[in-house]
Ligand binder design. Structure first.
Ligand code: ADP
Length: 637
């Protein structure tokens, strides 16, 4: 029978496992048991709606069978099993992010540092750290046929028909011979397996059973001289459950340390990084539930795939009823992962019914409050950590503010932080509290990078007055402010496009007069620029710059840049109405005015185009003809 090859990346991982010098090889058992437990979860869930399964909750179990003579450990479950195709797809390639991430990290120059291995859910392949041959005999629930998957490691695997009476999976690991460095035979000892189950898999929700021999005293029927009964000692084997089966979230807070919760998170969610927050809830009331939630320490690799959709698993009294419950909490908190277990949720429930389930809504609302509370606490106690969190997941909160016409904005707005000068990030509340009395509005500048926003020429006038500016770096940020409308009664003011409100009545009047005086120049510049701008006007916003670009009628340059990569032609063709603003106090503008008025049209046209390109550059726009610009600048010398 032909040997099939592992996919290239799986082969590399496998090589690592086989040749692993990692001292913590023992985690293989945790991985295999956790797969067995997941498989039972799936069949148990199916049994809620499918009478054909024929198993009650108490019938599900995992068996560990040790055979010292042939050097095998078998982990047997009566879970959902795998079809031939599933065995091929699941065991022939790196299955999920955990293994994959592990492999990537190993390739990124850390190849020598195998100590990180235990932080990953490395999965099925870890069996090869202790076994020189792995055989999987499995039968998918609903199928009459069983299959055998077998591999000695990197040279490939075979799949053949097999025999198995009921659904489930046997993973048979043939243990490597002992070597000088490692006594693999220890894994065939009952005491060792018991210890490993206690250490890593105690909270597995299904009984892990093993035959444990112990001495038993039996009466022989004869009597001692003093008349007391005579005993004989024989070895009897009892099939015992060796895990306590109490899931970690069911244990009382005082019995479980944060470290244990973190270890649970890392294993369950295949994350090598500690979560930035652990939230434990034990609620009793109209709806009772226990929850163990985590806020990940970083954005997962598949942040934008469907995989990401809600990481909360729903249990009812220890039975998993939904792996990813999307309707529990809103998208803005969907970065939260973990478990919710409530006896008040009916087991026999479908996804559709869950959507309208009142209990679930109550739980969801409460959990959202808890998550918010935890984030507020982090913001107060450890700002650096919060900033890190915000870097990862701030975008979810911002989207939440804009979602459903701003329905959740009041709930979320105090969690938003924005960049100001000095590399600081503040909430809008903090910004307003720090405002000097004379400041009337919240000023913001928007561009595609922080550095660029900070160097916009319009900043100077605001900063000169001692007012702080919020620097935005995405069109989403602008949409957020638009949705919020104001903060504590203070309006938002775009320093590029909006009236800053700095001019006195007299200054306004003077500006009007100056406008009339410069009319000829302004009209001329507009004509020369030939449609590139919709308006040319004077400004007093620029302190030491000759010109700047702004926009009118709603669409800003940032939005234009954003839409340029949009999905439809209509979106991509969206253009902002550009306004060229000229600083009449600046020498360059005064020269331009003189040229226009004295009829030196060629020089005037040159200067006008040059000023417009300079303004475009400062606004971060691509310039159409850089060579022409350089030529224009050349004429100055
Ligand atoms: P992971 O558990 O991270 O998905 P693994 O490499 O441990 O990755 O397992 C790969 C896949 O193989 C699992 O997702 C599951 O679909 C399947 N699998 C492994 N063990 C079993 C089992 N005992 N019963 C049914 N399916 C299993």
């Amino acid at each position: 029978m032909a040997k099939k090859q592992f996919k290239a990346e799986s082969k590399r991982l496998l090589d690592l496992m086989i040749n692993s010098i990692y001292t913590n090889k023992e985690i293989f058992l945790r991985e295999i048991l956790s797969n067995a437990s997941d498989a039972i979860d799936k069949l148990c869930y199916q049994s809620l709606t499918d009478d054909q399964v024929g198993l009650n909750r108490e019938d599900f179990r995992i068996d560990i069978i040790l055979d010292k003579d042939v050097r095998t450990i078998t982990v047997r479950d009566n879970g959902i099993g795998m079809s031939a195709e599933e065995a091929e797809n699941n065991l022939g390639v790196i299955a999920k992010s955990g293994s994959y991430k592990f492999k990537n990290e190993m390739e990124e120059e850390k190849a020598e540092d195998i100590s990180i291995i235990g932080q990953f859910g490395v999965g099925f392949y870890s069996a090869f750290m202790v076994a020189d041959e792995v055989t999987v005999i499995t039968r998918r629930y609903g199928s009459d046929e069983a299959v055998q998957w077998q591999s000695k490691g990197a040279d490939g695997y075979t799949i053949t028909p097999a025999q198995r009476d009921t659904a489930g999976t046997d993973v048979i690991m043939h243990i490597k011979p002992d070597s000088e460095e490692e006594l693999y035979g220890t894994y065939l000892e009952i005491w060792k397996i018991k210890a490993l189950v206690k250490k890593y898999s105690d909270y597995v929700r299904w009984p892990i059973k093993m035959d444990i021999p112990h001495q038993e005293r039996v009466e022989t029927g004869e009597k001692n001289d003093d008349g007391s009964p005579k005993y004989d000692y024989t070895m009897v084997t009892e099939n015992e459950t060796i895990n306590s089966m109490v899931p970690i979230w069911q244990r009382s807070k005082k019995d479980v340390t944060d470290e244990e919760c973190i270890a649970f998170y890392k294993e369950k969610h295949h994350d090598s990084k500690d979560p930035c927050a652990v939230i434990r809830v034990n609620a009793e009331g109209t709806v009772s539930y226990k929850a163990l939630l985590f806020i990940p320490g970083e954005q997962s690799d598949n942040a934008f795939s469907a995989e990401r959709k809600s990481g909360i698993t729903l249990y009812s009294n220890g039975v998993m009823i939904m792996e990813k419950c999307e309707d529990l909490i809103h998208d803005y908190f969907e970065f939260a992962k973990g478990i919710v277990d409530s006896p008040d949720l009916s087991l026999n429930i479908s996804r559709e019914i869950l959507q309208h389930n009142r209990q679930l809504r109550v739980i969801g609302q409460n959990l959202e409050k808890k998550i918010k509370g935890e984030l507020e606490k982090m913001m107060k106690d450890d700002r650096t950590k919060y900033e890190e969190f915000f870097k990862n997941f701030g975008v979810d909160l911002k989207c939440g503010v804009c979602d459903e016409y701003g329905r959740y904005k009041d709930f979320l707005k105090d969690l938003l932080i924005f960049h100001t000068s000095d590399d600081k990030q503040v909430t809008l509340k903090e910004y307003v509290e720090a405002m000097p009395e004379s400041q009337q509005a919240i000023y913001y500048a928007s561009s595609d990078t922080l550095k660029h926003a900070m160097s916009l020429p319009q900043c100077a006038q605001v900063k000169d007055r001692g007012f702080e500016i919020i620097y935005l770096t995405s069109p989403l940020d602008e949409m957020v402010l638009e949705n919020l409308q104001d903060q504590d009664g203070k309006r938002f003011c775009n320093i590029v496009t909006d009236d800053l409100g700095f001019e006195t009545e007299e200054e306004k009047k003077a500006a009007e007069e100056r406008d009339i005086e410069c009319r000829e120049m302004l009209d001329y510049v507009k004509e020369v620029l030939d449609g590139a701008v919709t308006k040319v006007k004077l400004t007093s916003k620029l302190v030491d710059m000759p010109c700047a670009l702004s926009t009118e009628d709603g669409i800003t340059l940032e939005m234009e840049k954003y839409f340029r990569h949009g999905p439809s032609e209509e979106m991509r063709s969206v253009r902002a109405n550009r306004v060229l603003e000229l600083n009449p106090e600046h020498k360059a503008v005064q020269t331009l005015k003189e040229c226009v008025e004295s009829g030196d049209k060629e020089r005037a046209a040159n200067l006008a185009k040059m000023l417009n390109t300079m303004a475009e550059l400062m606004a971060g726009c691509d310039i159409e003809d850089p060579a022409a610009f350089v030529k224009q600048v050349g004429t100055l010398f």
